[in-house]
Design a protein around this ligand. Structure first.
Ligand SMILES: N=c1c2ncn([C@@H]3O[C@H](COP(=O)(O)OP(=O)(O)OP(=O)(O)O)[C@@H](O)[C@H]3O)c2ncn1[C@@H]1O[C@H](COP(=O)(O)O)[C@@H](O)[C@H]1O
Length: 119
């Protein structure tokens, strides 16, 4: 017989819906003070700088993947996704457009899709 505590279920970890909430947050930082908001600081530096940050974070994630450090890869992936969402918001790209692309591709093998491009 376990005690009450061990019988309680651990809360479910957050899912990908956190991305939708994060996008709302970063969109809301437009016009915010770059002194108090890192996101606003990114917007103030312009699209090219935000895009550069996405590239840097992608490289950092790749390096951790190659090193085989899963915890570091998770942290760098979070940085990458955050900066990518800021880039989308900067350009006025609605994440739903990306989710739609992914949904449209569901069930289509990448191998088959590549072949159809060549045809
Ligand atoms: N998820 C994030 C998030 N992930 C990473 N970062 C920041 O991204 C930066 C990345 O570190 P770097 O060393 O690459 O940055 P840096 O050296 O300052 O940048 P550069 O000089 O190279 O441009 C750090 O300052 C991190 O704190 C984030 N900043 C904000 N968020 C989210 O955005 C929300 C709004 O944040 P603010 O806009 O700061 O209020 C927060 O509540 C969070 O939910």
């Amino acid at each position: 017989m376990g005690d009450k505590k061990s019988a309680e279920k651990a809360p479910a970890p957050p899912g990908a819906e956190v991305l939708d909430r994060l996008f709302v947050t970063v969109q809301g930082r437009k016009g915010a003070d770059p002194e108090t908001s890192y996101t606003a600081k990114l917007y103030s530096r312009g699209t090219a700088k935000i895009a550069q940050k996405v590239g840097e974070e992608a490289v950092e994630a790749i390096l951790e993947a190659v090193r085989g450090d899963k915890a570091a890869l998770a942290a760098e992936s979070a940085d990458l996704l955050y900066h990518l969402l800021v880039l989308w918001a900067d350009l006025g790209l609605d994440p739903a457009e990306v989710w739609t692309k992914l949904a449209q591709r569901e069930g289509t093998s990448g191998i088959d899709e590549k072949k159809s491009r060549k045809a």
